[in-house]
Design a binder for this molecule. Structure first.
Ligand SMILES: [Fe+2]
Ligand SMILES: [Fe+2]
Length: 364
């Protein structure tokens, strides 16, 4: 066994002995595989070093055994270790490459737009026996792996489709809405990739360029046979009900319904994603932001059901609170969606709506 400083740990190493916090709480048992999330966890608890099994002594069996009865393994870690997630990841990577190709062909007009073929390709990601709950599990855990425009378009398509289902849309409308989500950012293909992946804040001139992508999207799709609702969603998905959006500063009823739905799915995915310029924001913080100021910008008849349904998908997840304690989400407070009831080691039922000093810092 070798002692390795926390700052020198890397994903894939395996703990040789249990790791305890300074107050004696077991953080990880022996033979836990180190992941980047676990390194952040150790840093959070101020753990300076960890005993590690030398690489030559690691055997699959010894690691696998402990992972199975690992009580501290979080829900997200269990999802990531599951066969279902592995299969989803393989399929998802295939589909993002497919979409990248399709966008290039549409842009260069080397292919006609075959909506059924496009939808057929990605349908395995939301069918294949996945419930809305498990799709969100999958998406949430994919976010740390792929954050390209194509992955984002697939996420928005899946999230919008879920929204349509929650709103009882017909099958035909669901297909149109999914297609709108899939194509909503096709205009970004015309924007300099250096601007799209720039780690710093954009200059006003660069932002002006980015703001053109809904119009570019309309231009790319102009010659293809498409439902009008898809076109309007591509053009209007950055318009906001209070007139603060772009490219035209439209308000309320001037914005199409599909564009309003895509707007919510788009912002939710963009904020929770690990974009190059910042780490993804915790979904609970995103929901708190929507609760605070979302209702002026987004259509409340779509935003309300979205927030209350999406929050349900996080029941059972392990979370880290801002005071360093961790717990599991057990009950959602419908009046205060971003402040659920959490069970922690110290409190069986910690109602965050009664503890304004506490908030969920991350999902672990
Ligand atoms: Fe966009
Ligand atoms: Fe987008």
């Amino acid at each position: 066994m070798t002692k390795v400083a926390t700052r020198d740990l890397s994903a894939g190493m395996v703990t040789a002995a249990p790791v305890y916090s300074k107050t004696g709480q077991l953080l990880f048992p022996a033979r836990t595989i180190i992941t980047s999330q676990r390194i952040s966890y150790l840093e959070f608890y101020g753990i300076e070093s960890v005993q590690i099994i030398p690489e030559r002594e690691i055997s699959d069996a010894s690691v696998e055994d402990s992972a199975q009865d690992n009580d501290t393994e979080s829900y997200a870690q269990k999802v990531k270790r599951s066969r279902k997630f592995h299969m989803f990841k393989v399929d998802y990577s295939k589909k993002t490459r497919f979409l990248e190709n399709a966008f290039q062909n549409l842009m260069n007009k080397t292919e006609v737009l075959d909506s059924d073929a496009l939808l057929g390709q990605i349908s395995s990601l939301y069918s294949n026996h996945l419930t809305s709950l498990s799709v969100f599990d999958m998406l949430h855990n994919m976010r740390q792996i792929d954050d390209t425009t194509y992955a984002h378009c697939i996420n928005v398509a899946i999230i919008s489709r879920m929204m349509g289902k929650w709103l009882d849309f017909s099958d035909e409308d669901l297909e149109i809405l999914t297609l709108a989500g899939l194509l909503h950012d096709i205009g970004k293909c015309r924007i300099d990739p250096d601007i799209l992946t720039k780690p710093d804040t954009l200059t006003p001139a660069e932002f002006e360029q980015v703001k053109q992508h809904p119009r570019y999207g309309m231009e790319i799709l102009a010659d293809f046979n498409l439902d009008q609702r898809v076109r309007s969603a591509v053009l209007m998905h950055h318009e906001r009900c209070d007139g603060s959006g772009y490219p035209s500063g439209l308000k309320g009823n001037e914005i199409s319904d599909f564009a309003k739905i895509i707007a919510i799915a788009d912002v939710y995915d963009a904020m929770t994603c690990n974009r190059c310029y910042r780490k993804g924001i915790c979904p609970f913080e995103v929901i708190a932001t929507f609760e605070r100021k979302g209702f002026e910008r987004y259509e409340s008849q779509y935003l309300l059901p979205f927030l209350s349904r999406i929050i349900d998908t996080y029941i059972g997840n392990s979370v880290l609170l801002n005071d360093g304690s961790s717990g599991k989400i057990i009950l959602i407070n419908k009046q205060y969606l971003s402040r659920p009831v959490v069970s922690t080691a110290a409190n069986k039922y910690l109602d965050l709506s009664r503890h304004p000093e506490l908030y969920i810092q991350s999902i672990i």
